[in-house]
Design a protein around this ligand. Sequence first.
Ligand code: UD1
Length: 421
Amino acid sequence: MEKYIVNGGNPLYGDVEISGMKNAALPILIASILTREKCTIENLPKISDVKKTLDILTAMGAVVNDLGNGAVEIDSANVRGGISPYSLVSKMRGSTYLIGAELACFGHAKVGWPGGCDFGQRPIDQHIKGFEALGASVEIDTDEGFIYADADNGLHGNSVYFDVVSVGATINVMIAAVLAKGKTVIDNAAREPHIVDLANFFNTCGAKITGAGTSVIKIQGVEKLHGCTYAIIPDMIEAGTYMAAVAAAGGKINVKGIIPKHMESVSAKLEEMGMTVTEYDDSITIAKTKELKKIHIKTLPYPGFPTDMHPQLTAVLVCARGESKVSEGVWENRFRYVDELLKMGADIRVEGSSARIIGVGSLEGATVKAVDLRGGAAMIIAALAAKGETVITDIMSIERGYDDIVGKLTKLGASIRIEND
Ligand code: UD1
């Protein structure tokens, strides 16, 4: 079992280049099979979730060629449905998109129950509502852990209103609808940048999607898509994580290769804390020049403050002056990482869907666990600010979503290394 060893106390200086966005890469890789042609996907992050997705597609009959430098060519001419390996699918949330993709390609789907981070209940009722509106019937075999979907008469465009704003359901119904007969209108759609990225990918392949990035997405079904070359957008959560790391550890860094507009809610909160943030065309400079102040954060769907940045900001607020509050507006249980921060001397009280964070000034190194992907990132951030050595176990959760985090932080001056037990 590998673990990270972090020695805190080094401020961070220099440039960090941001990789492609995990949560855009997974749906776009899966969506590429709808073309049944060759697609070249560029700017993929080197993370284990991307590798698993490519392994799933290969097991389904795709021919995947690694072109180097974060690009792969996927030939999906011979892809078959219903055979995605349960052992891989059940480890990732993004694998839910196989349901929409198999329905679109073959009119039926059989996919193992998806895994991913444990934030309490992660229902897929809105995905199912959308598939049913397009004419599919869906059954969940809870004993075997499979989801079956059938559209014997093909998929037909329809109106879909989501009762909750769901990134996954929006993406899945978009995937199912691009090749459906007629027009689909998704109302109360999620507006995240990765939804726009998926729409841009599909449109480059010949789809007719408008409105992505707003709460109403219109999809005029087309008969066929064609292959294309497409570069994934930069990962706003990875960028935000490095910005939070500077807030905790001190220093001044340039976060490069990003879309600053995507960072607005994170930048605003870091500025409110007292960080100096300067925006350029495709980068942000962030510096710590004074002691951090308490703030209140509420996570919401985009363009609200992202839930996937909440644990990292909690780790920063532990070191701020005064009492801060973080309220979780997306997931019912995203505070499992708090127990780990307590081991480092944090004072955090979780009350329902909120946490009160009483600034303690400094943390002590300890042995802590990466309970999930962003909770793991929070451990690294806390460790960079802590006195002494922190050992972070279960790092495979972190490696699911961060491309070379050890190399990038080391380049910025952090003391972090991987060790084997
Ligand atoms: C995606 C991200 C995850 C992020 C989340 C919110 C991926 C692989 N994961 O997860 O990192 O935290 O978006 O930005 O992209 N819900 C329902 N019914 C549904 C679907 C969702 O009630 O059918 C609820 C969920 O319980 C949650 C909320 O809607 O409370 C948002 O979930 P959703 O946006 O779907 O998250 P994911 O797509 O699973």
